[in-house]
Design a protein around this ligand. Structure first.
Ligand code: ADP
Ligand code: MG
Length: 563
């Protein structure tokens, strides 16, 4: 869509100054298209979506048309409601601020007639009002329309829907025939076409196609997930679908920083973009991401404007955006160049209402996704592994030397294969913890069960190891508490602690292996206001006798440091 500079539209210096005051950098498409045609004096039927700047598109030519030294009504603008009339009047006031002698007045029902009489009597060039109130003033003889050069019908379709047709026709008939007539409407129905035909003269049509709001190739899913489970859910979805390149949007700079750190702690290559980062660094990050030099970009809306990466598979709304339009901008980053894209939105608590609003706005259905269970993630991984082996088998031409060696030692081929699978899978135990699954009342919950057996944790990420903290959720200990507890007692650098799971009776956190030598020989006991808390390596298969029962009292932030 072509956008022009206001300076290229042939406008007066007064208008250009006003436009600059308003902070408009360039004319919107409907302004670029309609203003020149209106300045030439043609009748116009304009169509474009809401928020596209229609007001200035007709107000600027209207102001240019007015002779400021003449105090008769020269432009009449009709709007469907009082609110719209005041809004349009505001914009007319601003746009005419530098044109001396110009006066515009809104007239509408409910406001004091006194004031409106007074203004009209003083003389104004532009009158803005609802058809009903304009009729009132005409009937009372307080509004003379004999010098009108332009009539604008803003939101003509709505005015007809509201039953203003008769009033509109009467008003139009009361103005001179040689006037310029301007219709703006979101839709042009048969009714409006009739009206246009009877009251305008060879009108030019200026239509800006409604931007496609969403890219059809994008699949859109939402997941209902509590704030504290968002990270775990994100990891599962990435694992399950095997995403390699994506943007993850958060609403605040702080959240961007936290999430980028957490992803890096999980062994992903990730970087961040937000308004708090210096421009030079932002450009660097942007360019690296465009070349797919890292996997996940965590960003705020503003910082991610204009990112254009064709291979982008995934956009995640880690936080739901405040504004429906931001949603569209965010997910429009993927599915480019006809590629398939995926947009995932996390929804927690009352977000669900905002999501419905977004659905209405984009006229699309966002489907509810089910978070894959740890078992399903594992099954996917297993299938991928088996598939790899299949491919090697199908390729054929395998060297048997090592197999033969093991066979000759007396192992059978099934056992050898099973052992190789285990090696291929790595040292990972099957993760079992479920996210937000409803728990049966009768049987002891998994977490209670965990208290007196060794935990079956998801494998720690590359370079990380699980550490057990002997305080669970009864103590109301928070992830932040655990981080400072570990940082203080183990002397960890800031931001080195990764994923944290707070369970019943105990918690677990991932810590980079290189900092854990201090725990190799013996657990550490940290004295806190809640009682002593034991910190040890986990899982320790058969040494649960070493676990000291944790405190049940409420944890309070001030730990007294290691004993
Ligand atoms: P419409 O009538 O098409 O729904 P409006 O005229 O009410 O849209 O304009 C929507 C918003 O955009 C207003 O806040 C207006 O000040 C602003 N706006 C209009 N034109 C421009 C422009 N050229 N540059 C920046 N903002 C603009
Ligand atoms: Mg409007």
């Amino acid at each position: 869509m072509t956008k022009l500079n206001f300076a290229d539209l042939g406008l007066s210096p007064e208008i250009l100054k006003a436009v600059a005051d308003l902070g408009f950098e360039e004319a919107s498409p409907i302004q670029s298209a309609a203003i020149p045609v209106l300045l030439e004096g043609h009748d116009v039927v304009g169509q474009s979506q809401t928020g596209s700047g229609k007001t200035a598109a007709f107000a600027i030519p209207a102001i240019e048309l007015c002779v400021a030294s003449d105090r008769s009504v020269q432009v009449l603008i009709m709007c469907p409601t009082r609110e719209l009339a005041t809004q349009v009047a505001d914009e007319v006031h601003k746009l005419s601020a530098h044109k001396r002698g110009m006066h515009a007045v809104p007239i509408y029902g409910g406001a004091s007639y006194e004031r409106q009489f007074f203004e009209l009597k003083k003389g104004v060039q532009i009158v803005i009002g609802t058809p009903g109130r304009i009729m009132d003033h005409m009937d009372r003889g307080t509004l003379q329309l004999g010098s009108v050069k332009m009539v604008v019908l803003d939101e003509a379709d709505r005015m007809l829907d509201m039953g203003f047709r008769e009033d509109i026709e009467k008003i139009l008939s009361a103005t001179p025939n040689e006037r310029q007539t301007v219709f703006f409407s979101a839709t042009v129905s048969k009714q409006i076409r009739d009206l246009i035909e009877r009251h305008s003269n060879e009108p030019k049509s200026v239509k800006i196609e409604q931007k496609q709001l969403t890219v059809p190739a994008i699949e859109q899913w939402y997941y209902e997930v509590q704030q504290r489970m968002k990270f775990e859910t994100l990891l599962r979805l990435i694992d399950f679908h095997g995403y390699k390149l994506g943007i993850i949007f958060c609403n605040t700079q702080r959240m961007v920083d936290e999430l980028a750190d957490d992803l890096i702690a999980q062994g992903f290559s990730a970087d961040r973009l937000h308004g708090g980062i210096a421009q030079a660094q932002r450009t660097r990050v942007m360019n690296k991401f465009k070349k797919a030099e890292f996997e996940f970009l965590v960003a705020t809306d503003v910082a991610a404007r204009g990112i254009d990466v064709d291979e982008l598979e995934l956009v995640v709304n880690y936080d739901l955006p405040y504004d429906s339009e931001d949603y569209v901008h965010r997910i429009g980053r993927t599915g480019r160049a006809g590629r398939k894209g995926m947009a995932i939105t996390f929804v927690s608590g009352r977000d669900i209402y905002k999501l419905q609003h977004i659905e209405r706005y984009t006229r699309t259905k966002i489907l509810r996704g089910k978070i894959p269970t740890a078992g399903e993630v594992e099954e996917r991984r297993a299938e991928a592994m088996v598939q790899k082996v299949r491919e090697v088998l199908n390729r054929g031409n395998l060297s048997m030397a090592l197999t033969d060696r093991l066979l000759s030692e007396g192992y059978n081929s099934t056992d050898i294969a099973a052992a190789l699978f285990e090696l291929l899978a790595g040292p990972e135990a099957a993760p079992e913890k479920e996210i937000d699954e409803p728990r049966k009342k009768s049987a002891p919950s998994r977490e209670e069960h965990l208290q007196d057996s060794s935990p079956n944790l998801r494998p720690a990420s590359r370079g990380m190891q699980w550490v057990r903290v002997g305080a669970g959720r009864e103590t109301r200990i928070s992830p932040r508490d655990i981080i400072s507890l570990l940082e203080d007692s183990l002397g960890l650098p800031v931001r080195s602690v990764g994923i944290i799971d707070i369970l019943s009776g105990q918690s677990f956190a991932q810590v980079p292996q290189q900092f854990l030598d201090v725990l190799r020989d013996a657990p550490r006991l940290v004295e806190t206001n809640a009682g002593d808390i034991q910190i040890s390596l986990a899982p320790v298969e058969d040494s649960k006798k070493d676990y000291q029962a944790g405190p049940k009292k409420k944890f309070s932030k001030k730990s007294k440091g290691p004993k």
